[in-house]
Design a binder for this molecule. Sequence first.
Ligand code: FE2
Ligand code: FE2
Length: 270
Amino acid sequence: METRVNEIAERIFRFSTCLEGVAPGGFTFNQFLVLADEPLLFHCGMRALFPLVSEAMKKVMPPSRLRWISFGHVEADESGAMNQWLAAAPAATVVHGKVGCMVSIADLADRPPRAADDGEVLTLGDRRVRVVLTPHVPHGWESLVLHEEVTGTLLGGDLLTTTGDGEPLTRRDPLEEVLDAERKFHAWALAPQSSALVRKLADLAPKRIASMHGSSYEGDGALLLRRLAAGLDDLVDARRASLGEGARASRPTANVAGRPSAPSTQPQPR
Ligand SMILES: [Fe+2]
Ligand SMILES: [Fe+2]
């Protein structure tokens, strides 16, 4: 087992470890380093991967230089090695949303985290990352993504999960593989607001989307995210149908202004 290092955007490095047995063809766990004046690591990896990933980071910079640590949500692959990174980097601070800090991280982390608001921009010196809170997207109440605004790179966590050990960065359309993975894993906390939040991320118009599992994507990120949102709506419908519910019956219908119509509270004639 090895952790490979690739630069997927200018001074944004991907550390990728493929584990066999998780899925046919393997399954990658990817951490991303924004090598700014104040370097930021997005995703800690599992505790057991820390020796490999920290050695990989040394090919780029000493881990002790880290200033910021963040992750999509609290889960072993996203945050498992958080305290090992805090120990390796004495000046590092975990930054996360207020819910994540309040509910979990203030207790789990060996040093106090910094709580960020939705939309807040964290200046890393020569780089800027915008914190976008995405509750339950793809899963976890505290979920967030980061958008690195200088390169237009969305650190998207589990949004584009695919199996296999593909290239670090691809322009190939991943949508069907992403939806296939979701049909297999059921990892999304799919809810009526899921696709709306993904459409909100599309408005960031990212030039590339760094994926925690699988290849990162370079291309029209807005279009891909809008198509993902439509695919998620279809999955919600399919799951409702599998539960014996009408697929679209309970979805609000748009009125002529494009706004959802409020359900009628008046008695209906029989
Ligand atoms: Fe996750
Ligand atoms: Fe993950």
